[in-house]
Every structure is written in C-alpha cells, then in structure tokens.
Design a protein around this ligand. Structure first.
Ligand SMILES: CC(C)(COP(=O)(O)OP(=O)(O)OC[C@H]1O[C@@H](n2cnc3c(N)ncnc32)[C@H](O)[C@@H]1OP(=O)(O)O)[C@@H](O)C(=O)NCCC(=O)NCCS
Length: 105
C-alpha cells in the first residue's frame, strides 16, 4: 500500500520512508482500491482531536488519497471517500480534515 500510494503521488520511495510511513499508518483506517490483485487507489485517516470553543472533539485527518495515473477519472476516490465517511460516522467523528496537495482539490 505504501509503495502504491507513493506511486500515486509520483514520488520515489525508499525503504526508510516506507518503514516510517507504515509506522504512522492506522491499518484499520486504510482503504485500498483493487484492480485484479493490484492496489490502484489508496486512502487512509489518522485519529486526531481538534480544539473548538468549549473543548476538544475527534477529528479524522484524511491522508494518502491517491490513484495510479492509469486508473484516474473513474470515480475511485469518490467510492473510497463514501466508505471513509461511513467509517467516520461509525466512529462518531463529526469532523474530517485534509491538507490538499493542490488548491483546486
Ligand atoms: C487527486 C486524485 C486522487 C484524483 O483521482 P481521480 O481518479 O482523478 O478522481 P475522480 O475521478 O474520483 O474525481 C473525483 C472528483 O474530483 C475532481 N478532481 C480530480 N482531480 C482533481 C484535481 N487535481 N483538482 C481538482 N479536482 C479534481 C474530479 O473533477 C471529480 O469531480 P467531478 O465528479 O465533479 O468531476 C488523483 O489525481 C491523484 O492520485 N493525484 C495525485 C495524489 C494527490 O494529489 N492526492 C490528493 C491528496 S490531497
């Protein structure tokens, strides 16, 4: 998953980077889109809190949204996001956040 996500971002990855990413990835919050036996899309989320007036509330921080260039423009992120939002709802997380790599996203 880590290698496919890096490919989706057009990044070169190293073993050290893969180890670091695995160490910070919550597997139970990670979704892969498969074509045959190959991962072609990824998304994940981290468990965070955000401070709001009155206290802190859970925040789902979305990360690693990627689709391989060969499989873009087919709605794969839309489907993965639907699953992800249902999961956030089940976890009683009312807020999700994302740092977008492109302003248009
Ligand atoms: C961003 C990315 C995941 C989109 O994948 P995709 O398969 O093209 O997405 P979809 O076909 O499901 O498109 C979903 C919607 O997002 C929009 N979209 C896709 N790429 C976009 C972009 N670069 N900028 C703005 N909108 C974009 C589409 O127009 C579509 O909206 P529509 O249904 O109203 O037309 C893919 O281009 C990618 O992996 N990019 C490199 C990694 C990256 O930047 N990830 C995002 C991290 S914030």
């Amino acid at each position: 998953m880590v290698v496919q996500a890096a490919l989706g971002f057009g990044e070169h990855t190293t073993e050290a980077r893969q180890i670091q990413t695995r160490g910070t990835t919550e597997i139970s919050r990670t979704i892969g889109a498969f074509h045959n036996d190959r991962i072609v899309g990824t998304t994940s989320a981290h468990t965070f809190q955000i401070t709001v007036p009155g206290g802190a509330v859970p925040l789902a921080y979305v990360d690693w949204v990627s689709v391989l260039p060969t499989h873009r423009r087919r709605g794969i992120p839309t489907r993965m996001t639907e699953l992800q939002l249902a999961d956030f709802h089940d976890r009683a997380e009312a807020i999700a956040g994302l740092t977008a790599t492109e302003s248009s996203i």
